[in-house]
Design a binder for this molecule. Structure first.
Ligand code: GLN
Length: 188
């Protein structure tokens, strides 16, 4: 199993460490020619969605990645990655890939709660630690989207077909089960 990790900006190394610890092979997508390599799954890491979106266009990687996601390639988007996947942003005029039917609020927790950790139930897994960093949350999970986790009444993780989107950073905690779930989807 070969997983491509978008590595133009943000917290990609932590995802690679997790996936490799679970036995997956990873490689970094840094430029267009990296897309010539075959891969089975894609990780869109946290970071700054505006910067990532701009770089994906400038590096001419945007359309090819969007096409793969649309044709069903399993994808895990965390934080900024969730923002890139969302088909609607409620406090920002941008839409990036727009493949995941959710409306997302960027920087939804405001300044005081810029970063926090909690432990909450995640569908099919149980209680998992969740680290939020200037995180978005999901205001609406639209038709066909399964809610996987909520924190204080706000949706923080969803799945739609092969796309997983989450507000928090599962790559920053010691728990491996979310990456395991993703790899199982890739395997299937
Ligand atoms: N605030 C960032 C954004 O809007 C996301 C933060 C993160 O990925 N940790 O893109």
């Amino acid at each position: 199993m070969k997983i491509a990790v978008l590595a133009v900006q943000g917290a990609f190394i932590e995802h690679e460490k997790k996936l490799e610890a679970l036995g997956a092979e990873c490689f970094e997508l840094r430029q267009k020619k990296d897309l010539d390599t075959e891969f089975d799954g894609l990780v869109l890491p946290g970071g700054e969605s505006t910067v990532q979106g701009k770089l994906l266009r400038e590096l001419d990687m945007f359309d090819a990645l969007k096409e793969r996601i649309e044709s069903g390639m399993p994808v895990l988007g965390t934080c900024a990655g969730l923002i890139l996947l969302a088909d609607q942003l409620t406090n920002d005029g941008h839409v990036y890939f727009g493949t995941l039917p959710v409306s997302v609020r960027r920087n939804a927790y405001g300044r005081q709660l810029g970063s926090f950790r909690t432990v909450q139930e995640f569908a099919g897994i149980g209680e998992v630690p969740m680290t939020f960093i200037r995180a978005p949350y999901i205001e609406e999970a639209k038709a066909g989207t399964q809610v996987l986790a909520e924190v204080d009444g706000h949706i923080v993780a969803v799945r739609s077909k092969n796309q997983f989107g989450m507000s928090f950073h599962p790559e920053l905690d010691a728990d491996n089960r979310i990456h395991e779930l993703f790899l199982k989807t890739v395997e299937a």
